[in-house]
Design a protein around this ligand. Structure first.
Ligand code: NAD
Length: 493
């Protein structure tokens, strides 16, 4: 492992991450802060303003004021999108700075932040800036005298609550369509990863987003800024990405206010290898699907289902490929796996590794590296039963259980046996089999001979305990707006 970061490497202005309210950086009304820890060193990177209901109210009032009295909601979608395009361009201009901050905060390899998270964050804005103005509005003709127009109007103030695993990437996935439709928003980033959301405030100001349209409040979830946002009477909609249990709590809290909700929740993706697959590509991709971003991806292929005739061969090939994964300093460009986000998350993953040892056979990895950082070597388990806890629960870490199956019917039954329904991959050269499998699997996304392929126009979201609603393309634009029907009857001359 190479030398790790010291606190002085964080720019002075981010040594305390402040809220961004009404276009300005402000401390919490209480003056309280909490520590921002570096997952790779355990050292304090800086402080984070600890938002509470008072700060949330300030941010929501700023957002409401901007919505009701500012120019944003009255601009044409094209005018707004010209500004959002600039936001995307500015993110790209600051790609290296943002990638470094993301890796420091989240422990993810710099190679992933630089080529994955940050360009995608820019693309989220650039995509919606092009896509939103191109959408047609519906008009239905009943007869020669009657027309029914469907227009889409903004909702008002939206609360956007995001997790730590893909911080800027997932925040911008919500912010871009939300603002394109004329809403104002308050973002509550995860308490572990405040830095890029804070910098986004500077970028919004520079791009010309009017004050109050975009706000950030830092802090905790339950009992903190997150919960205060979900119960604030002036918030019309909540778009949340995070754990399934948090989604349930938010739904309960939002019920009184009848707020519109959209949830992207947990997953336990089945990655299914048939004996007739292109094994070179399938194995290479399966390793990435399991361990990319330390396995901290909702779409991870976190269960590998392998047909029994190739089971032993696949295990041997996985072993060889996993042995090449370099675990270490997230800022080293050669690193392929970084640090687990927090001490708590690392303890949870290590506990699952212990559970796995009692349920199945640990082939390799699963060790905590010496030192103060949260590093675990990639764990591979074989002979895992489909109902084992490591095969059912979302671990959200570098742990891959490999399950054996005989035929299609058994593969489908295993794939559908968890409470989640976010994504799955099928690997086979038989197009008819792929088609049958894709139809039978109960997930919002099915990949055939690939993983993590996305077109931002398509719906993204989960079935069962993996979510509620869809994001992406027109699905996001529909979520972040109200449809209004205006019927006209023309008087004949
Ligand atoms: P989390 O649910 O603990 O936290 C997510 C966010 O919700 C944080 O900002 C947190 O402060 C906030 N929060 C927590 N409790 C809250 C409450 N009661 N009210 C309001 N806000 C609250 O999730 P996490 O640990 O940050 O992220 C990991 C989880 O996110 C995993 O389950 C993963 O699968 C899921 N995830 C899903 C997707 C998807 O698109 N489906 C994408 C990424 C991550």
């Amino acid at each position: 492992m190479s030398a790790m970061t010291t606190p002085s490497e964080v720019p002075t202005r981010l040594q305390t991450c402040l809220h961004f309210i009404g276009g300005e950086y402000v401390a919490s009304a209480s003056g309280e802060t909490f520590a921002n820890l570096n997952p790779a060193t355990g050292k304090v990177l800086g402080q984070i303003a600890k938002g509470d209901a008072v700060d949330v109210d300030r941010a929501v009032q700023a957002a409401r004021q901007a919505f009701e009295s500012g120019p944003w909601a009255r601009m044409t979608v094209r005018e707004r999108c010209r500004i959002l395009q600039k936001v995307g361009d500015l993110i790209l201009d600051r790609q290296e700075e943002l990638a470094r901050l993301e890796s420091l905060d989240a422990g993810k390899p710099i190679s992933e932040s630089l080529t994955g998270d940050i360009p995608r964050s820019a693309w989220n804005f650039q995509f919606f800036a092009e896509y939103a103005p191109a959408q047609a509005e519906d008009c239905f003709s009943v007869d020669a005298q009657e027309r029914h127009f469907v227009v889409r109007e903004p909702l008002g103030v939206a609360a956007l609550i995001t997790p730590w695993n893909l911080p800027l990437y997932l925040a911008t996935w919500k912010i871009a369509p939300c603002l394109a439709m004329g809403n104002s928003c308050v973002l509550k980033p995860a308490e572990w990863t405040p830095m890029t959301a804070t910098v986004l405030g500077e970028i919004m100001n520079e791009a010309g987003v009017p004050p109050g349209v975009f706000n950030v409040v830092h802090g905790f979830g339950a009992g903190g800024a997150g919960e205060a946002l979900t119960t604030h009477p002036a918030v019309s909609a909540i778009s949340f990405t995070g754990e399934t249990s948090t989604g349930k709590a938010i739904m309960r809290n939002a019920a009184d206010g009848l707020k519109k909700v959209s949830f992207e929740l947990g997953g336990k993706g089945a990655n299914i290898l048939f004996a007739d697959a292109d094994l070179d590509t399938a194995i290479e991709t399966s390793v990435r699907a399991a361990y990319r971003n330390q396995g901290e991806i909702c779409l991870a292929g976190s269960r590998l289902l392998v047909q029994d005739t190739i089971y032993d061969e696949v295990i041997e090939r996985l072993k060889a490929r996993i042995a090449t994964i370099r675990v270490g300093d997230p800022l080293n460009p050669q690193t392929s796996m970084g640090a687990i986000i927090s001490r708590e998350q690392m303890e949870k993953v290590l506990q699952y590794i212990e559970i796995g040892k009692s349920e199945a056979k640990l082939v390799m990895g699963g060790e905590r590296l010496d030192g103060p950082g949260n590093f675990i070597t990639p764990a591979l388990f074989r002979d895992v039963a489909a109902d084992a806890r490591i095969a059912q629960d979302e671990i959200f870490g570098p742990v891959l259980p490999v399950i054996r199956f005989r035929d299609e019917a058994e593969a489908i039954a295993i794939a559908n046996s968890t409470r989640y329904g976010l994504s799955a991959s099928i690997w086979s050269r038989d197009v008819h089999r792929c088609h049958r499998m894709a139809a039978a699997i109960r997930t919002g996304l099915v990949w055939v001979n690939c993983w993590f392929a996305r077109d931002l126009r398509t719906p993204f979201g989960g079935m069962k305990a993996s979510g509620l609603g869809r994001e992406g393309g027109r699905y996001s634009l529909e979520y972040f707006s109200e449809a209004k029907t205006i019927a006209y009857r023309y008087q004949p001359e």
